[in-house]
Every structure is written in structure tokens, then in C-alpha cells.
Design a protein around this ligand. Structure first.
Ligand code: SAM
Length: 271
């Protein structure tokens, strides 16, 4: 029997409840990737060390749980962090935010002119579901503009190409739905492969792609968490897939999710 997920009851909820569900989905997903992809570090590359007066840009911050839990424990209070997002809905309560973290509503497609050469380090996670290739180019050139010479950038994304939903028969249809949605939205499927050349084009040097470890969905402690994160993510996509006309009915998608769940129970999924 699978655990209930944040998004299993989204439909028909008032907006406020949906925001709450999205908040808890993103927070859970954040900690999962933080542990398994970033290996529990805010700055993945251990060669990057912030100066005491360092300035950090956190783009597409979302619920940004690390400002409350990790920043006070791992970043000196003299370092300033500017967290931005196009939407303020998920921002944490200012009373729970450390004084060196400043949230503002901004799009990474165009950050303020006054931020040119302001930051030592810029970080962004999980924006692939929002940006076309030409928007990625814009975003990376904005990062390049706002970083100081010698500054560093860290981008974390899901690799759709090596994503294996299941070794069973549900892999192909679930990939097909996601791929059709990305195609409809003009989103690149291979952003991880494109990023090094886009970074170079925009003036960055020494770009490197590293992959997190694979986890068997549904098996063991991390696997159960992987299951919740994957399930929540797929359920969150349902509305978009339906609106794009990729499925004819909700039931069609729900039936695929049920089959996937059965395959995950057998340890056939990998994230
Ligand atoms: C999948 S969430 C990831 C949130 C967070 N980075 C994390 O790892 O939990 C994507 C976030 O990007 C934000 N976003 C989308 N387009 C953006 C843009 N152009 N500039 C800044 N934020 C954006 C959304 O509002 C959402 O909060």
C-alpha cells in the first residue's frame, strides 16, 4: 500500500489549499534533492569558498527551506543572500528568515540593472520545467552579468534522458506524456547536455556536469522518499498534460499512475 501524497487530493481545492500543497511538495522535494543530489551541501563544489563579505544570488527560490535551516548553520551571518522568485506565494514568513537573507519578487530573465557584478556565487535549482532554450540563454547571460569576475554559478536540474520511470511497461507511456508536454511548451529535453555550451557562449569557463547517484524508487528509506517525490511530481503535471490535450481524461492518467505504482512496488523504478 502506497503512502498518501501531497498532490493526491489537489482537484477541486481552493487556491489557498493548493498553495499549501505546493509548498509542502516543493519542500519535501527540496530536502530529497538536497540529500541525494547536492550531498547535503549548499555549495556543491568544495573548492568554492565564500569570503566573509560574500554575496549570493538564489534564483527561483520557491519555498527556499534552506534559508531557515541551512543558512544559519552553514553560512556566516556576514554573507548576504538575495533570494528571488517570480512569485511571492511560496516565500517563507519574513519572521522565520535570517537577517542576512533578502527575498524579492524578480524574474531571472531580467534582474535589476543595479545588480551588475554584485554576486560572488549564484545558484538555481529545478527551472527546466519553465524555460525554453532561448530563455535559458537569456538567464545564463543575466547570471554572467550579475556575477563578479571570477564568480561561480551552480545549476541543478533533472536529467530527463537518463530518467527511468520503470523497467516495466509503464515507462514508455509515462515518458511519452512528459515528453509531449515539454514539446507543447517548447522546453528542451536535454538541457543538461546543452548547458555547458550555453554557459561557454555566455562567457563562463570550466563548466562541468555531474550526476547524482541513482535511487531505486520505493525501496529503502531514500527509495520511499523518491517514490513520494516522483508521485507528487507526476500528479502535479496531470493538469498541464490534460489542458494540453495530451490525455483525453483524468482516468487515463490515473490508470497509468496506478500501473507505475505497482511497478515501483517491485523495485522497477529508478530516479
Ligand atoms: C520547481 S520550483 C523549484 C523551487 C526551488 N528552486 C527548489 O529547488 O525547491 C520552480 C520555481 O521557479 C520559479 N520561477 C519560474 N520562472 C521563474 C523566473 N523566470 N524567474 C524566477 N523564478 C522563476 C517558480 O515560481 C517556482 O517557485
Amino acid at each position: 500500500m502506497l503512502p498518501p501524497t501531497e498532490h493526491s487530493s489537489l482537484h477541486g481545492c481552493p487556491q489557498q489549499d493548493r498553495d499549501k500543497l505546493e509548498h509542502s511538495r516543493l519542500t519535501r522535494q527540496f530536502w530529497f534533492f538536497h540529500k541525494n543530489l547536492n550531498q547535503g551541501r549548499l555549495i556543491y563544489d568544495e573548492r568554492v569558498v565564500l569570503a566573509p563579505d560574500g554575496v549570493v544570488l538564489e534564483s527561483a527560490a520557491g519555498t527556499d527551506p534552506h534559508t531557515r535551516y541551512l543558512v544559519p548553520r552553514t553560512i556566516p551571518p556576514s554573507v548576504t543572500i538575495n533570494a528571488i522568485d517570480i512569485s511571492t506565494t511560496l516565500f517563507p514568513d519574513p519572521s522565520s528568515t535570517p537577517p542576512n537573507v533578502h527575498f524579492s519578487q524578480n524574474s531571472i530573465l531580467k534582474v535589476p540593472d543595479s545588480w551588475t557584478s554584485r554576486f560572488d556565487f549564484a545558484s538555481q535549482k529545478l527551472l527546466a520545467g519553465y524555460l525554453t532554450t532561448s530563455q535559458w540563454r537569456l538567464v545564463i547571460s543575466e547570471f554572467h552579468r550579475v556575477l563578479k569576475p571570477g564568480g561561480h554559478i551552480q545549476l541543478c536540474e533533472i536529467d530527463w534522458n537518463s530518467w527511468k520511470m520503470s523497467k516495466g511497461p509503464s515507462d514508455e507511456p509515462s515518458r511519452a506524456y512528459v515528453e509531449a508536454l515539454m514539446l507543447k511548451r517548447n522546453l528542451p529535453e536535454d538541457i543538461l547536455m546543452l548547458l555547458p555550451s550555453l554557459l561557454e557562449e555566455c562567457g563562463f569557463e570550466d563548466a562541468k556536469v555531474e550526476f547524482g547517484r541513482s535511487i531505486t524508487i520505493g525501496i529503502g528509506e531514500d527509495g520511499i522518499e523518491a517514490l513520494r517525490v516522483s508521485l507528487n511530481g507526476l500528479l502535479r503535471m496531470k493538469h498541464g498534460i490534460q489542458v494540453a490535450g495530451i490525455i483525453q481524461s483524468e482516468e487515463e492518467y490515473d490508470s497509468l499512475i496506478s500501473s507505475l505504482q505497482e511497478e515501483w512496488d517491485q523495485g522497477w523504478g529508478l530516479i
